[in-house]
Design a protein around this ligand. Structure first.
Ligand code: SF4
Ligand code: SF4
Ligand code: SF4
Length: 311
């Protein structure tokens, strides 16, 4: 004979289950507050966003992410515009477990609120023939120093290896792009015109049998340097152009140029200074791009440029 269960007993079991869920959610409150946990349209579920700087994950990590998504979600994942992977439709009672599993996988819970969010980067010199800088390494270094830092405004950072800007660095709060300024060896030029063919900005003309650069038109993409069959065009230095205050969304606007520096270590230091400056001065509730004048961006720029030049 199966045991007789009274309605009162059934009610007690349901109540106890509900109580345990509430207790668990209360314990997990810090996880609920994380930027990488996003309440869905159906508020009984959330999407868990991961932290994947430059969008680079190993195949082992991908396999594990798939396993976690199957165990705690619907079995689907979503690739975001900021190069992260998110796991949709997670029951909040599993947040603690999913966070632990993601941490173990090296793809921890990410961020989405007013914080430094996932750092985006193109392949850079690791794979792209147009690249002037190692973007992926830079993205990882910036992530290590600044990811998740709480801010009054959302801080998006994007890196591109050249002015083609495949990751739209100009439309991020902080943008970085790799530049190379061409320099022709004095007196040497056959006037073959190959570099003029390659330059998409019409920034090189052949005059009196030699190439002449129009610096106003030049975007410093470095393509002409690689095009000269006689290797007479040299990189006059690789630099990292940093822009501040760009935005996309409803009213896209390009960021303003802050400074160019010539090594990745300096880039990380300056990005940290920008983040700290915004942290101290900006107000919440408005995009950084709308506040730059009030934050005295030009004065900040003068200070940064002055300090960097004076090193
Ligand atoms: S931004 Fe430049 S370096 Fe990066 S992927 Fe695009 S073309 Fe290549
Ligand atoms: S660096 Fe690029 S934009 Fe400048 S001259 Fe060379 S090809 Fe033209
Ligand atoms: S490709 Fe080289 S040699 Fe030819 S015009 Fe340009 S700089 Fe001169």
């Amino acid at each position: 004979m199966p045991p007789v269960v009274s309605p009162h007993h059934t009610y007690q079991i349901i109540y106890e289950d509900y109580r345990q869920v509430v207790i668990q959610m209360f314990r997990d409150v810090s996880i609920h507050m994380k930027g990488g946990v996003i309440t869905e349209r159906d508020a009984d579920f959330c999407t868990v966003r991961t932290r994947i700087p430059a969008g680079v994950v190993s195949t082992d990590q991908l396999r594990q992410l798939a396993r976690i998504a199957k165990q705690y979600g619907t079995g689907n994942v979503h690739i975001t515009t900021r190069q992260t992977i998110e796991i949709p439709h997670v029951n909040p009672i599993y947040l603690k477990k999913i966070a632990a599993a993601l941490e173990k996988n090296g793809t921890p819970v990410g961020s989405e609120r007013d914080e430094v969010v996932n750092v985006v980067s193109c392949p850079g010199t690791e794979r792209c023939k147009f690249a002037n800088i190692n973007t992926i390494e830079l993205a990882k270094n910036i992530d290590e120093r600044l990811f998740g830092r709480e801010m009054p405004v959302k801080m998006r950072i994007s890196i591109s290896g050249c002015p083609n800007g495949c990751t739209s660095p100009l439309l991020n709060e902080i943008g970085i792009s790799g530049r190379v300024d061409p320099v022709r060896e004095e007196g040497l030029c056959t006037g073959c015109g190959t570099c003029t063919e390659y330059c998409r900005e019409n920034a090189i003309r052949i005059r009196r049998g030699i190439s002449v650069l129009d610096a106003e038109k030049c975007l410093s993409c470095g393509i002409c340097v690689r095009s000269c069959p006689f290797e007479l065009l040299k990189p006059g230095g690789t630099r990292y152009l940093i822009t501040v205050g760009g935005r996309r969304g409803r009213h896209p606007h390009p960021g303003r140029e802050l400074i160019s520096v010539d090594n990745p270590g300096e880039v990380v230091d300056i990005v940290e200074k920008v983040v700290y400056w915004v942290y101290r001065r900006a107000w919440s509730g408005r995009l950084l791009s709308d506040q730059l004048d009030e934050l005295q961006f030009e004065q900040f720029k003068t200070e940064i440029v002055g300090k960097t030049m004076g090193k």
